[in-house]
Design a protein around this ligand. Sequence first.
Ligand code: NAD
Length: 335
Amino acid sequence: MKIFLYGVRPDEAVYLKEWENANPDVEIDYTDKIVTEETVDLAKGYNGVVMLQTQPYTRLALQKLHDFGISKISVRNVGLDGFDFKDLRDFGFSLTSVPVYSPNAIAEHTTSLMLRLLRRVPEFDEKFNNADFRWFPTIGEEINGKTVGIVGTGHIGSVVARLMLAFGAKVVAYDIKPDPYLENLGIYVDSLDEVLKQADIVTLHTPLAKRDIHMIDKAAFAKMKDGVIFINAARGGLVDTDALIEALDSGKVGGAGLDVLESENDVFQKKFDKIEDVKDPQFQALLNRKNVIMTPHTAFYTTTAVHNMVFDSLNDNLKMLNNQTPKFPVDISED
Ligand code: NAD
């Protein structure tokens, strides 16, 4: 069997070697390039492909893979918004993802964004760099005693809920399919609006379904408490970024921790000479605010997570190639 991997980073290569040593009958090759209509030819002659990218997978690229006789695709991450499932169905692909690689990685990062905002770390960093070691007036706040609103309590949101309870916060959560275990903890409220109304800190942990694009828009921000702390480490498209900028300008949002942005594909995972070279107006409008912390989609990025992404995707690709049931099949029968 021969499997080709796209978009491989140097930190993944070590785990590829480990997997290859454990599976000596399988030949694996890889490129750091992502799947495009130009790079798709690299997969010619292979049985399966494993990918990871934030850019969309185009229909033409998928058609070419199909023409090469490839029908098994595995992605090394959760997000499937880069695929048009109709394209996958049209070309007869089977798909696996890695829906759970380390929920703690994202939940802990989410918590660190909250803590850094509450303890006003950007302001203290600036003061420190200017040899100003006085604490007044940069007083912080605690998670303990706050009401934390969690939207989506799946793999990641449920860990955030447990972490927040451990901090001594009151958790109010909304999920279209509540988790029975968390239900026993009495954290659920009946609607998104109720979360937005009650929470001192709002954090998003839902996927980006088409119906949820701009789930948090101008009207949603208006429902939040004045000075709310807003965290998004889920998907940029869940938030109307212009509405967020407006809410920051008006003081409605007192602090924002953003690991994802609507327009991140043009910015994150790229190196610019200087920050001014980033032409994205929304990114620029969020920069240089003491109450905004942006991280470039790094919430997932831990050694545990990367190991699991490489191993689970390759294991599942091989299972599909051997006509065995993969651990994480994706149902592509509906859009
Ligand atoms: P999950 O599928 O396990 O959980 C999502 C939960 O959201 C489910 O319980 C679902 O019922 C609920 N949900 C769906 N639509 C909803 C809605 N409109 N309102 C309320 N609840 C809704 O997903 P997960 O693994 O916990 O991932 C959550 C998010 O985190 C996803 O957007 C994912 O892409 C993102 N993510 C980000 C990173 C990162 O590095 N920043 C890494 C991994 C995942």
